[in-house]
Design a protein around this ligand. Sequence first.
Ligand SMILES: Cc1ncc(COP(=O)(O)O)c(C=O)c1O
Length: 256
Amino acid sequence: MDAYRSMLLTAQPHSIVVLHACAHNPTGCDPTREQWAEIGRIMKERQLFPLFDAAYLGFNSGSVDEDAYAIRLFVNELEMEAAVAVSFAKNMGLYGERVGCTFLVTKTAEIAGNCESVMERLQRSEVSNPPAFGAKIASLILDDDKLTEMWYADLRTMCSRIRQMREALYRLLVENGAPGEWSHVVNQSGMFSFLGLPYDIVIKLRERYHIYMADNSRISLAGLNTSNVEYVAKAITESLQASEPATKGPAVTAML
Ligand SMILES: Cc1ncc(COP(=O)(O)O)c(C=O)c1O
């Protein structure tokens, strides 16, 4: 938070700051409500423009509304102009369909009209016509109360399954005696876990155990299930136990 605050305090006025609305990728670490309040206050004072990247609404708490807390804080309470880029790739399971929605919240109707014409020009030059199939599915769901309620229920299911995997991985790492301290696995939230494994362990897991994760040891918890979580925890434990003392255990603090 200290580094984050000092970035905000020294950024040029009118800079655009990209904020992950919830379930931060890759760290799984979100600001607390108090920290959001501070971030918003500094950004408003320093005339910084918030661009919310909202790709995981519903994946933190199971509720889209709750996970939109920071967006509402900036827009409704702090009355700031903002851009919000919402993706339905993950929370509607439409990854390959390229579906999302961009909102621009402006102070006046005139600014909104100007933004719309700029967006239309950008769209024309960037993508011409966006893919429509996923967007039709998303609007079908959101235009129908019953389907929306079913989607909310699915989100709660996905969210609780991800949380169960987070807890299972943590429990198994501790039970197996994996070297290091693992509470960050359960303290993070959302779809990702930043394990904090050294690079050589990431490579060993990939080559010897066929467990694939980003080089910085970020995993998608959605890839874990009751049939493979034990294998993954055992492989991490064995790899760490067999490694040199200098590379043992998670190094999350240093990596963040
Ligand atoms: C924070 C964040 N924003 C956006 C995206 C991409 O969204 P889309 O697939 O809709 O482009 C991702 C990952 O895929 C992400 O992690």
